[in-house]
Design a protein around this ligand. Structure first.
Ligand SMILES: [Zn+2]
Length: 282
């Protein structure tokens, strides 16, 4: 009896602790480029579909800034990063993690919110408030690169999978069964903020994921032809602007802005050399 318990316990640890057990190999994959192991129990298609629905709600419920130069710039940067990501994986003979993405970009007219996000499947939002911090196309590319990296590395799938096995909160389980969103809509009308939280928006990803999004984001921006040296300047400006306030998700899980800037400084020269602008991006 004891022996069986021990074996079960060991199996449990293998499955839930290290992602190294052969039995669940199908649900274990690695993040692109960094090759960090990830547990994925929830189908990506399910999350993408739900995300697309929420994105439509966001578009219907928020004041969008349309038909202007800023939105054109966001779309142009996005398009270059999209192409760079696909070309890069193609050049390495690797599957393109964005092959099933349906990229879309909105600019939300809200000067108070200094944030941007990318939902699973490539649904992106930039808030006008962050444009004062990004200042130029290189800065904006670094921020968009970071958000896009969360989606390319499937951080939401990973997060929802972890929530599922740890049984913390029912959101992930409900997504899996399609319950959460429909229930929320039935009981409270439309809880856009709540739905966004489900995907990790306005709710920090783990520190490893944040760091990975920083790293991959710089790579994607560099491949797309942007000057990633701007990234450290953005964090300086960001630090300044959030003095005494709650920072957005992409700052909150880091030990300190100063340390983040140091880390970026270490990565930048290597990334510029190893990931120069790729292909003929139009
Ligand atoms: Zn982030």
């Amino acid at each position: 009896m004891n022996k069986i318990n021990n074996i079960n316990r060991r199996k449990f640890l293998e499955v839930f602790g290290g992602c190294s057990c052969g039995l669940i190999i199908a649900s274990c994959t690695a993040a692109p480029i960094t090759e960090r192991k990830q547990l994925k129990l929830i189908p990506e298609t399910t999350l993408n579909r739900q995300a697309a629905q929420i994105y439509e709600r966001v578009k219907a419920k928020t004041k969008l800034s349309e038909g202007n130069k800023q939105l054109d710039e966001i779309k142009e940067i996005g398009s270059r990063i999209e192409q760079a990501v696909s070309l890069y994986f193609e050049s390495k003979n690797l599957p393109d993690p964005t092959h099933n993405f349906q990229w879309e970009y909105i600019l939300v007219d809200n000067d108070k919110i200094k944030n941007a996000w990318c939902m699973p499947g490539g649904k992106i939002a930039v808030y006008t408030g962050i444009l004062k911090i990004t200042k130029n196309k290189h800065g904006l590319a670094v921020v968009m690169g970071h958000e896009i990296a969360h989606a390319v590395a499937k951080h939401s799938v990973e997060r929802a999978s972890r929530a599922l096995i740890l049984n913390v909160g029912t959101a992930a389980l409900d997504i899996f069964t399609g319950g959460a969103l429909s229930n929320t809509q039935r009981t409270t009308g439309v809880d856009v903020a709540g739905m966004l939280r489900t995907f990790g928006i306005d709710n920090p990803f783990g520190r490893k994921q944040e760091s990975e999004a920083d790293y991959l984001g710089l790579i994607f921006s560099s491949l797309a032809g942007y000057d990633i040296r701007e990234s450290t300047k953005i964090w300086e400006r960001m630090k300044e602007s959030f003095k005494g306030q709650e920072p957005p998700e992409w700052m909150s899980t880091h030990p300190s802005s100063a340390r983040r800037i140091e880390t970026l400084k270490n990565w930048i020269p290597e990334i510029i050399i190893n990931y120069p602008p790729i292909g003929k991006i139009t």
